[in-house]
Write a new protein. Structure first.
Lengths: 524, 370
């Protein structure tokens, strides 16, 4: 890896650990900077060696215990306990840096949190996106047998084991041109070449296979959230548009072959025979012979693999899974996307007049979804305000009552902005507006209010949020009245965004605790 | 049977147990919510065995058969004679013994490892996600230096034998759920899905339902619905399997359960080690002899799906307290590796089996670094 990049990353680690008090584990590092896990560990090790103080280190000890029967043990130890922990192991135990942080947390799971948040973000991305979570690209082992079918029909595993062949003479490649990973890291099987140009066609294929232009667009328009958010969308963009960008070097770790079902890269013809016909009858799990080889070889498997992936990725999946995180304070501040005008600092969560109904369906925690709403919202919004399009929100009522949204991620919207909304041209017709308030039980209640009316006919306009798929979203979108930016004359603006996050169940005016199924359908 | 004449009878054993909880007793004692039956042992010294078949039943006497070892549902052949008291005095007995086994092909091959784990209990307060993350990282090859990654690369299959999630039970009391509760309910499964995605992206994984999983209660448990795992079910390496689960890998037959059968045996009989129960079920050629008597099971009428007709090469049982394994040799040359898989959330131990020689060792993780 270039010296400069290394230094840059080390400095970043320094600032993360000391200023932001974040736990930097090797996994987090590898996903964030798109480097392989081994490289990330090496970077951490360099960091530890360079900077002696100011942080704590957690090491990973691995090896066989001295017990009988022999147990292979992997143990996390803090720096101070390292020598004594080593005693339990046989002589040959390996020590690696697992993470660095400002101080050792009491609860071990804290180490895991940061990388889990990353994992969640990656997981929530649209299923057609192949990200580093979904293809394990930063690990040291690859398995070209693994196929991911985004069309929703499960592939039959028993039919897709390939006959094993011992791969002799396999070459392993350094996948990352930007990273000088020691050659011995190359494990079995085929490796993709380290050449960027090989990478670019493969990545390009991946790009093609992501059929959602809107998603790309959506991600591109993600506002800078917290650091994590920026890095991830950046990652995605890189991956998707990655044509030969060097930062996607990490993705080539997928081409490191692994223990099941490999065909030799040296026999491309054979590959092409095998790969299209994965239905080897036997359920053999085969291991490729390990070869630790230096050098590069252009690998047809790369293309083959990508061919496979491309074909899998072709259908768009209509469903989107949206996950909510209730009470996740971490997302609170990160929620507001795109809207520069958004002012924070509401004491509660301000509800803003929602422009696009589909938006509320999604949890705020899902940035993708929010962004994706933009295209939809454009149709519906009568207001020209660009920023508003991006917001997922319900309107703050003029009377100052703040609808407190029990669920977390809510866009924080401003009163100011509301006023702007109100200043926007009115729609000439009378509109029905959805209004959200909190009733006595603390539930969010959505009512439909006709302009000029005080109360609305009882209606639950919201749907149980989040876990709705696109179809539902779109239908709900149709449902909602076009965004009515009311003039202040109206008096209150209903937050149509009700549902939004986290699938609050909104009771209607009535006391019933259950959501109304008909709320999913169009109401006049 | 004639009195005094020696004969051989064949039938199904039934053990009459004094302490066996009866649902009627529970009902009569308290009309309110019945308390959960605690899984302790119901053995009593007054238990006695009865052999029965379609024609009748006979009380078994004698000291050859010790009631504490056997459970209802086992098929036996007994040699003995009827006594004056109307009992059948057992002189000798014959159990079914190990079923015939298909020979394992003796190709000399490389080491290939199968990782067996169970009892992840994601979502429970006792489970530590970092522990499982370490395991996932190990299996997928993120951890370790090159040498260790090479070893990890030889893992070809992962089997998760039950109890992968723990749904917060307090929410399942029939009331309507708020959205917050709903998301709390689904959090563990989502977390499991993310973990499974990481595994499935690397190698084939089978997941079986267990007693606490969102699957049906009666044996055989049906596979977990793949829509519970939207992220990982799109992989061709992900397979949701029933419990009990039987599969073949490289001509090696695996058979396993998530532990309900052995746990039930433990309630109604005794043995020095848990693995003895496992051995007994194999010798009796029946996976779950106590079903449907005390173990929930679908009422099959024409055939018994739990009969073990052909001896597996590996027989594993999940959700046990400790790791144990034994190589059982049969009289006809069968060799079976019996494995008790411990609960991962409590012990941090997974089992790694080498398919080449049927040896296994434990793979343990520890995150208590304080």
């Amino acid at each position: 890896m270039a010296q400069i990049e290394t230094l840059g990353i080390l400095q970043d680690i320094q600032s993360l650990v000391s200023d932001q008090l974040q736990v930097v584990s090797y996994k987090w590092l590898s996903r964030n900077y798109l480097v392989s896990s081994s490289t990330a560990m090496r970077l951490l090790k360099e960091f530890v060696e360079k900077h002696e103080n100011g942080f704590e280190v957690v090491y990973l000890l691995s090896g066989w215990l001295k017990s009988n029967p022999p147990i292979y043990h992997r143990k996390l130890v803090s720096g101070s306990k390292l020598p004594e922990a080593k005693q339990e192991f046989n002589e040959s135990c390996s020590v690696q840096v697992y993470s660095v942080q400002a101080c050792i947390p009491k609860d071990p799971a804290v180490l895991w949190n940061a990388e889990f948040l990353q994992a969640e973000e990656l997981f929530k991305q649209p299923s057609t996106v192949d990200n580093c979570l979904r293809d394990n690209r930063f690990c040291g082992i690859s398995n070209s047998f693994v196929k991911r079918n985004v069309e929703g029909t499960p592939l039959d595993i028993s039919s897709s084991h390939l006959k094993s062949e011992v791969n002799l003479g396999l070459k392993s490649n350094l996948a990352h041109q930007s990273i000088t990973v020691p050659q011995s890291l190359q494990n079995k099987g085929q490796q993709s070449s380290s050449k960027a140009d090989l990478l670019s066609p493969s990545v390009a294929k991946d790009v093609k296979s992501e059929s959602n232009g809107s998603e790309v667009h959506a991600q591109a328009s993600k506002p800078p959230g917290d650091k994590k958010n920026t890095s991830l969308p950046a990652e995605e963009k890189k991956v998707q548009n990655g044509k030969g960008s060097s930062s996607t070097g990490g993705s080539l770790a997928t081409f490191w072959s692994r223990a099941s079902a490999k065909s030799k890269p040296s026999c491309p013809a054979e590959n092409s025979n095998l790969i299209p016909n994965p239905a080897g009858a036997s359920s053999d799990a085969q291991i490729c012979a390990q070869e630790v080889v230096e050098g590069f070889s252009s690998d047809d498997d790369v293309h083959d693999i990508n061919v496979k992936r491309a074909s899998n990725g072709e259908g768009t999946r209509k469903r989107r899974v949206v996950f909510d995180f209730s009470d996740d304070d971490e997302y609170e501040d990160a929620v507001n996307l795109a809207s520069p005008e958004t002012v924070e600092g509401k004491s509660g969560r301000a509800l803003k007049e929602s422009i696009n109904i589909p938006v509320p369906e999604k949890s705020n925690s899902n940035f993708d979804k929010q962004v994706e709403d933009k295209p939809k919202t454009k149709e519906e919004i009568s207001i020209g305000s660009e920023q508003l399009l991006k917001e997922d929100s319900s309107v703050l009522r003029n009377d100052g009552a703040m609808a407190i949204f029990p669920t977390e991620k809510k866009n924080k919207q401003l009163n100011k902005e509301d006023k702007q909304i109100k200043a926007a041209p009115d729609s000439p017709k009378r509109k029905k507006i959805l209004k959200t308030r909190i009733d006595e039980r603390g539930r969010e209640v959505t009512e439909v209010v006709c302009e000029g009316q005080e109360t609305a006919p009882p209606k639950k306009a919201e749907c149980d949020t989040t876990k709705v798929d696109n179809n539902l979203v779109t239908s709900a979108a149709v449902n909602r009245p076009p965004a009515a930016k009311k003039a202040s004359a109206v008096g209150n603006t209903a937050p149509s965004n009700a549902t939004g996050k986290t699938g609050n169940k909104k009771a209607g005016n009535k006391d019933s605790k259950q959501g109304n199924l008909l709320s999913f359908f169009k109401r006049v | 049977m004639e009195k005094g004449k020696e004969c051989i009878i064949v039938g199904t054993l039934y053990k009459h147990m004094k302490l066996k909880p009866c649902i009627l007793d529970e009902y009569s004692k308290e009309r309110s919510v019945t308390p959960l039956v605690k899984p302790h042992n119901f053995i009593h010294s007054d238990d006695y065995l009865i052999l029965e078949d379609e024609s009748g039943r006979v009380h078994l006497g004698g000291s050859v058969l010790s009631p504490s070892i056997y459970v209802s549902g086992v098929v036996f052949a007994l040699h003995g004679k009827e006594t004056d008291a109307g009992d059948f005095l057992v002189l000798d007995f014959l159990e079914a013994g190990l079923p015939p086994q298909i020979e394992k092909p003796l190709k000399s091959r490389e080491d290939k490892y199968v990782v067996l784990l169970s009892g992840l209990n994601i979502g429970s307060s006792s489970s530590n996600p970092l522990l499982f993350q370490l395991l996932v990282d190990h299996i997928t090859g993120h951890l370790g230096d090159e040498k260790e990654q090479e070893i990890a690369a030889q893992i070809v299959h992962v089997v998760i034998a039950g109890n992968s999630v723990e749904i917060p039970r307090g929410l399942l009391n029939g009331q309507n759920l708020t959205a917050k509760d709903q998301s709390k309910l689904s959090e563990p499964i989502k977390e499991l899905d993310i973990f499974l995605t990481q595994i499935a992206a690397g190698l084939p994984v089978d997941i079986m339902p267990g007693p606490n999983d969102p699957a049906n209660f009666c044996l055989p448990q049906q596979p977990l619905n793949r829509f519970l795992f939207p992220g990982s079910s799109v992989y061709n390496t992900f397979r949701s399997c029933p419990n009990p689960h039987c599969f073949e890998l490289d001509d090696i037959r695996f058979l396993g359960t998530s532990g309900q059968n052995i746990d039930d045996l433990e309630k109604y009989s005794e043995a020095p080690d848990k693995i003895d129960f496992v051995e007994r079920t194999l010798k009796w050629r029946h996976l779950a002899p106590t079903a449907p008597n005390t173990l929930g099971c679908y009422p099959f009428t024409d055939r018994d799906p739990f009969l073990i007709e052909s001896c597996p090469h590996v027989y594993f049982v999940g959700n046990q307290a400790t790791y144990d394994s034994r190589l059982l040799k049969g009289s006809e040359g069968q060799a079976v590796r019996l494995i008790c898989i411990p609960k991962f959330s409590e012990t941090g131990i997974a089992v790694v089996l080498n398919m080449r020689n049927l040896e296994c060792h434990a793979l343990s993780f520890d995150t208590q670094f304080m």
